[in-house]
Design a protein around this ligand. Structure first.
Ligand code: SAH
Length: 246
């Protein structure tokens, strides 16, 4: 009889061991094989000695997921790691699609602290009211739809958290997004960005929407655009919980 395997899909949080959940740590401890993008494997490997680590380069998501499924089907306990939460622009959806007909394969999805939350904590309390999370990557989403979502969120005075704000190929995407947002939001809207959350090189900055427009970011940055109530308190970005003065 073949031993049945188990596949954990684990969100490891923004980067530091301390930001992983206990459940994520326990799943990785129980796993024999850990599969993930090279950068994430490098972040965690010192804490999980003795595990077989399989790292794959970026952009090979489907291959990486299939590899994790195949290893688990051999009867092993396998963890597929993703940064932040595995369901937020992550791979848990793809895994579930690819493993659709693997009836005997046990799977467990373990949530992680997504960049909106870990970055929000670095900035202060920017997400104290309704917020929208939008990715500026048009790799898998048409630009027209991204623009529509930016407009709708800005029109509704939502706090907006931007993932994938720019990359070398998409250097001016943040600028374009800010131009759209400034059609509805004031130029002086309080904004913030956090780079390399939970990692050694962590950096944060707060600024107006107008100056965010001219700021160069990269793919390791998460951007926060406040609502009309968002303010700075001792250098921290704070959105009050309500619109009524209490
Ligand atoms: N699953 C991840 C998101 C993957 S999309 C999560 O839940 O956090 C990749 C984008 O997430 C990046 O372009 C960046 O905007 C954001 N991000 C992920 N990790 C980050 C980190 N440590 N620091 C800053 N931004 C991060």
């Amino acid at each position: 009889m073949t031993k049945s395997g188990k596949l954990y899909v684990v969100g490891i949080g923004p980067g530091s061991y301390e930001d992983m959940t206990i459940r994520a740590v326990k799943a990785l401890e129980k796993s024999e094989v850990i599969v993930g993008y090279t950068v994430y494997i490098d972040l965690i490997k010192e804490h999980f000695p003795g595990k077989e680590m399989i790292s794959t380069p970026m952009r090979r998501e489907q291959e990486r997921c299939q590899l994790a499924i195949d290893e688990a089907k051999k009867g092993k306990a396998v963890a597929m790691v993703c940064s932040g939460d595995s369901g937020v622009y992550g791979m848990s959806g793809l895994i579930l699609e690819l493993a659709r007909s693997e009836e005997g394969l046990e799977m467990e999805i373990i949530p992680g602290v997504t960049a909106a939350l870990s970055g929000g904590a670095v900035l202060g309390a920017p997400l104290g009211h309704d917020f929208a999370v939008i990715s500026l990557s048009d790799l898998l989403t048409p630009m027209g739809l991204i623009e529509k979502r930016l407009r709708a969120s800005a029109q509704a005075d939502m706090i907006i958290c931007l993932y994938n704000p720019s990359s070398r190929k998409r250097a001016d995407y943040l600028k374009k997004a800010c131009d759209i947002l400034m059609e509805y939001k004031s130029r002086s809207t309080v904004c913030g960005l956090v780079k390399n959350i939970g990692r050694k090189e962590e950096e944060m900055a707060v600024m107006t929407l107008e100056s965010l427009r001219d700021t160069q970011t990269d793919m390791f940055t998460t951007v926060f655009i406040g609502n009309s109530m968002t303010k700075l308190i001792n250098g921290r970005m704070v959105t009050p919980r309500g619109y009524k003065n209490v």
